[in-house]
Design a protein around this ligand. Structure first.
Ligand SMILES: [Zn+2]
Ligand SMILES: [Zn+2]
Length: 378
């Protein structure tokens, strides 16, 4: 079987640019990758063929030899001119896309270890009082986090020295070996994938390049914040490595309960004990709010459970969209102790009210009990 033309294999013209060749190979490799075509010998053959073609055409020197002398010009370089290590170039083309396609197992450890990495995000749980959530607050918080070591600027080597390129992997951070026709890569055990070794570790961080610190920052808690809401403070997470950006800090807020108010959305609810005479006769009462007492009018004949709405006396909306309302719910205040005079007056009152006892011989003996209750108080 005669060898196919390398340009034909990749599906590009003889005048294709480096970029066109790269992208053509990328397409072929994705299409015929063994992971996507398990057990398909034809696909494997096509995959190998494309890799071989790419290994020649992507190399300026080999390409010019091939252009002038054809397959004969490049076949001397090795078995069929195909260098299996060409698969090393694969990662440059695919970058992180390889992970997306699950090529990680074949090309293992492709992630550039030791390269810039974003620091981790941190979470901080903050408890504040109900009043603080009403007014908003600024509170200092201390976060233990990893920071870049100042002594070695994060490279882990003692001052005056610097990390050296790992001799075993020559700085790639990977160990490559062949498995069938594929080259498999693993993190280099000598440098643990960083590509660098440190002869004299920095004393301050023991070579880690990072140190644990307590960082003090001031968290600005906006008015109206509720339990479970979180604030994101950009760049206050852990430092990145090798110049990568820092992570973020998430402050998760827990608001203590209030003895009198309950929050629902931006509205507040409270139960307001009111004496029986005020409920019956009407009158003015004072209702506490988060911003001081308010006087409200209780109409005569107010029933327990009646709601009084105090507009705009609830919680401020955390996003600045207005303020909730306060609902005071009427409750009967029953005195636990009575003076002799109060007792006499109440007894007198009781005599004037309809009898609450159920009389089975009365005219409404066959009415259900709740009907009788309605007759008395209706
Ligand atoms: Zn250090
Ligand atoms: Zn190494």
């Amino acid at each position: 079987m005669s060898k196919r033309d390398y340009y034909e294999v990749l599906g590009v013209g003889r005048d294709a640019t480096e970029q066109q060749i790269k992208s053509a190979y990328r397409k072929q490799a994705l299409k015929f990758h063994p992971d996507r075509n398990p057990g398909d010998a034809k696909a494997e053959e096509a995959f190998k063929e494309a890799a071989e073609a790419y290994s020649i055409v992507s190399d300026a020197e080999k390409r010019s030899l091939y252009d002038r002398f054809g397959h004969a010009g490049v076949s001397g370089a090795g078995a069929g001119g195909f260098d299996p290590n060409q698969f090393a170039g694969f990662e440059d083309i695919f970058g992180n896309l390889g992970d997306l396609f699950g090529f990680g197992d074949v090309f293992g450890g492709r992630r550039r270890r030791g390269g810039p990495q974003r620091g981790s995000d941190l979470r901080y749980d903050l408890e504040i009082s109900f009043e603080e959530s009403y007014t908003g607050t600024e509170t200092p918080i201390q976060i233990p986090r990893e920071e870049t070591c100042e002594t070695c600027s994060g490279n882990g080597a003692a001052p005056g020295t610097s990390p050296e390129t790992c001799g075993q992997c020559r700085g790639s951070g990977q160990q490559r070996f062949q498995q069938g026709f594929l080259t498999v890569a693993r993190p280099c055990p000598n440098c643990r994938g960083t590509g660098k070794t440190i002869a004299k570790p920095c004393q301050a961080c023991r070579g880690a390049g990072r140190v644990g610190r307590e960082r003090k920052i001031t968290a600005k808690i906006p008015a109206g914040i509720a339990t479970g809401q979180r604030l994101r403070i950009y760049g206050e997470g852990e430092h990145g490595s090798a110049g990568g950006p820092a992570g973020d800090l998430y402050v998760v807020v827990h608001v203590q309960e209030h003895a009198f108010f309950e929050r629902e959305g931006d509205d507040l609810y409270c139960e307001m004990p009111i004496s029986f005479p005020t409920l019956a006769l009407g009158g003015d009462i004072r209702v506490p709010t988060m911003a001081g007492d308010e006087e409200i009018k209780v109409p005569a004949g107010t029933q327990p459970g009646a709601r009084f709405k105090l507009r705009g006396k609830g919680m401020p909306n955390v996003s600045g969209r207005g303020t909730g309302d306060l609902f005071a719910i009427a409750k009967v205040a029953v005195p636990k102790k009575l003076t002799r005079e109060q007792k006499q007056l109440l007894e007198e009152l009781a005599r004037t009210l309809p009898d609450e006892k159920v009389d089975p011989s009365g005219d409404n003996a066959d009415k259900p009990f709740f009907e009788k209750v309605k007759d008395i108080f209706g």
